[in-house]
Design a protein. Sequence first.
Length: 491
Amino acid sequence: MKFLRAFLAATALLATAAYAAPKDSVTIGIALEPPGLDPTTGAAASIGDIVHYNVFEGLTKIGDDFSVTPLLAESWTVSPDAKTLTFKLRKGVHFQNGEPLTSQDVKFSFERAAAADSTNKEKAFFQSIAATDATDPDVVIPTFKAPSFDALFHLGLNTAVIVEPKSAATNGANPVGGGPYKLAEWSRGSAVTLKKWDGYRDAGKVAIATATFRFINDSSAQVAGLLAGDIDAIPRFDGLASLDQFKSDERFQVIVGGTEGKTILAINNKRKPFDDLRVRQALAFAVDRKALIEGAVNGLGAPIGSHLVPSDPGYVDLTGEYAHDPEKAKALLKAAGVTTPLNVGLILPPPSYARRGGEIVAAELAEVGIQAKIENVEWAQWLSGVYKDKNYDLTIISHVEPLDIGIYANPDYYFQYDSQKFRDIYAKLTAAPDLAAFKAAIGDAQRQLADDSVNVFLFQLQQASLADARLTDLWRNAPIFATDLAALSWR
């Protein structure tokens, strides 16, 4: 009997100790599986969600408060004309294949991103670099063709991570960076697992040893996974109708913040009849942003009138330019000689803001004589058919890259907007010598896009993050899409 009591006591003690021990793993739910894991070549935001700050790092780091702080660069100076930046690189940094980080790697990464065959989303930014001096292995000096006071922000984006030259070509499937985590496994269609890399310079400060990103694009499955304890956190929770359920459950935390997501009804500007300004304006007047925000994202959105969100520097509120007015929409279609009903295609990718929002938009367009035939597609189909081949009429998508208004200066971009007037404005924006000039130019850029009704600008995509109440330091806001695993820990 004494032996039994002693055995039970020991078992209880071990169980208590095991329960008290903090977890060192985390399972993150994300809606979309990335097409690859190289953020310097792919457009999908889910790439950065997994690898940015975790596998790959850049010279600077953007925090959830929009701050820019040192990362691979320990310090920098900016020339008086804002054309030349001198970065002192952090010492003792190695890539996960054992190669040391030097200024030559930075030079290679910048030139690769600017190359003619580059698919980097920020290609135009890297092409604005006139030269990169990498003479000193510990110092790198990019010189820009024009003043670039906002370059430090651009260099913190996932498009600007520094890659190791010998591994660059295979980073899509086998990413090699200098960050705190290495790829352990990519189970296609299911999950990506990252393991803490012991060779990281600050490995002792990293509490999470294993992180698994599970792909769950169904909101009911997201809810079930959280309630069952199979998922520890969903940084961008899709089941917004279930938020109240989690707010009242002390096992969970609900964190609501803003993102850089500009949600738009994108228009193929070169496809008839959308090459007529009046038709594009009719689309804008037909959509009720308030009803769309309530119906598509449960009120978690802020109306926008151009390609910026309210938290951006230089934001101009242009939501009144196309206030909901179905009668004006009908009149514009008539003036453009459009015979109604006008049959168009509306392609919707998987996110709920697109699928739910698409149903609402289609109903509103029908009220003015535009019959939108909905086609639901997977992310890979959207990237190939819409983004690459431009084979679409309309689509709903949220552009989450910060301050990415420069995409409208590219006439080959998927909405095929071709305006020399806008390109002239954007040239002034990129050459702005200070914040005041930048704000003035970006204000003009927003107004030009609204006047040309390039797309129907809908709302800022806000985010609700759900997590186990014991998990600490999840980002509230998302100026960029990233899950900073090294910042996480368990209470």
